[in-house]
Design a protein around this ligand. Structure first.
Ligand code: HGY
Ligand code: MN
Ligand code: MN
Length: 411
């Protein structure tokens, strides 16, 4: 393996370390959509693009986008990239690896003065995780012309609307819905696997066949706050114990079928005093499955059982579906192209599905799309322990580079 620090894989790892300092929180990596950390990271990405002669810009939804022309100006583009927003207390590879790898690909081409039959466009999407606002995949939805204008009115935990946040970021909110990218022949995303399969089979990279669909809910339970000592158990309207029964029901429903997963990632309880019966509880549900019918059946079952438990416990339930993304079957031509590229660099080409959601599932509505996975240690992600080796980073980059060089736009 090339030990030269200038090797693209090593340089990419160094850049990922540098990029991780752009955070909204001291001592841990949290980079939310349209935050200061997002602004700093986006500006750094633009600066790195300009260093290699790319005219990069930040679009109306906060994505950074740049184009490296092919042999003929105006040629159809292969778009590569990923997201640069993160979850709270994140690892530094989820999303950022693919966004910076895309930059590294163009950097490699520019360094060699290499021009392809296609143009290469690179993108750093500003919001994929959907941590700040209830909706998610905002950057790629905007780029794919699938942005719902109503999302502009969604508010974050501080009551700031997406519209205000976009304006404060220097973007034009009303332009987001009309952002649709054009002349994109295909989209490919390099991303960490965020699961255990490649490591278990001792493989550095994999090719994604399909991406799980997802439904997110936000549930609010309103009971009656009361005295912890003076209120008999049979006269309580305890919002937290109602939430607890619902959360265990959700887990049991997900456990009842293969491939179905459900997570309650956030739970808030009011008023939160040791001697007060909780009057209000709020929690989120995230449900995923590889087949939309399977997920929809589970969502319908859970909707019904939430209502039944709320009724039995005499609490008010407000349940809102805040996000819906259908499962995406990666384009067979892209899958075949990625498989051939991995084999050309001499690595086994393992095909596997993605349990995690990605911008690719949205970009796949605009153009043929696919993904390359890189092994991550223990399959751990959405966690500061997330890590990849420089060797696997090098292999992931080489496979992406090989795909880009070999890509032919469908005529
Ligand atoms: O939640 C997901 O699947 C992705 O990491 N946003
Ligand atoms: Mn991601
Ligand atoms: Mn993620």
């Amino acid at each position: 393996m090339n030990d030269d620090i200038a090797s693209p894989g090593r340089k990419l790892m160094a850049r990922l370390d540098e990029f991780a300092r752009f955070s909204d929180e001291e001592g841990r990596l949290t980079r939310l959509y349209l935050s200061n950390a997002h602004r700093q990271a986006a500006q750094q990405y633009v600066a790195w693009c300009r260093e290699i002669g790319l005219a990069a810009g930040i679009d109306a939804s906060g994505n950074v986008w740049a184009r490296y022309e092919g042999k003929q100006p105006g040629a159809p583009a292969l778009m590569i990239g990923s997201h640069i927003d993160t979850v709270r207390d994140a690892g530094k590879y989820d999303g950022n690896l693919g966004a910076l790898a895309a930059l590294a690909v163009v950097e490699e081409l520019a360094k060699k003065g290499e021009r392809l039959d296609i143009a290469v466009e690179i993108v750093a999407f500003g919001d994929e995780e959907g941590v700040r606002f209830p909706t998610t995949l905002t950057g790629s939805r905007a780029f794919a012309g699938l942005f719902a204008r109503s999302s502009l009115d969604q508010k974050d935990a501080d009551g700031i609307s997406m519209r205000e946040a976009l304006t404060n970021f220097g973007c034009e909110p009303e332009a987001v819905a009309t952002l649709r990218g054009r002349n994109v022949a295909a989209f490919v995303e390099l991303h960490i696997e965020q699961g255990p399969v490649l490591e278990a089979e001792n493989l550095p990279v994999g090719i994604v066949t399909a991406i799980n669909g997802a439904t997110r809910f936000h549930c609010t339970l309103r009971g009656l706050a009361g005295h912890a000592g003076a209120t008999p158990m049979n006269l309580r309207q305890d919002a937290l114990t109602a939430a607890a029964e619902m959360i265990l029901m959700i887990e049991a429903r997900a456990r009842s079928e293969n491939d179905l997963v459900a997570t309650v990632g956030r739970l808030e309880v009011e008023p939160g005093a040791v001697n007060v019966i909780p009057g209000e509880a709020r929690f989120t549900i995230d449900m995923r499955a590889p087949r939309d019918a399977q997920r929809q059946r589970a969502v319908n079952d859970i909707d019904k059982q939430l209502i039944a438990i709320a009724k039995a416990r005499n609490v008010e339930l407000i349940s809102v579906h805040t996000h819906e993304a259908g499962a995406y079957i990666c384009d067979p031509r892209i899958v075949a192209g990625l498989k051939a590229a991995v084999e050309r660099i001499g690595k086994p080409a393992r095909l596997l599905p993605s349990g995690a959601g990605h911008d690719t599932m949205i970009m796949g509505q605009l153009c043929p799309a696919g993904m390359l996975f890189v092994r991550c240690k223990g399959g751990v992600s959405h966690n500061p322990l997330e890590s990849i080796t420089v060797e696997d980073c090098e292999i992931g980059f080489a496979a992406l580079m090989e795909f880009v060089r070999g890509f032919k736009a469908a005529t």
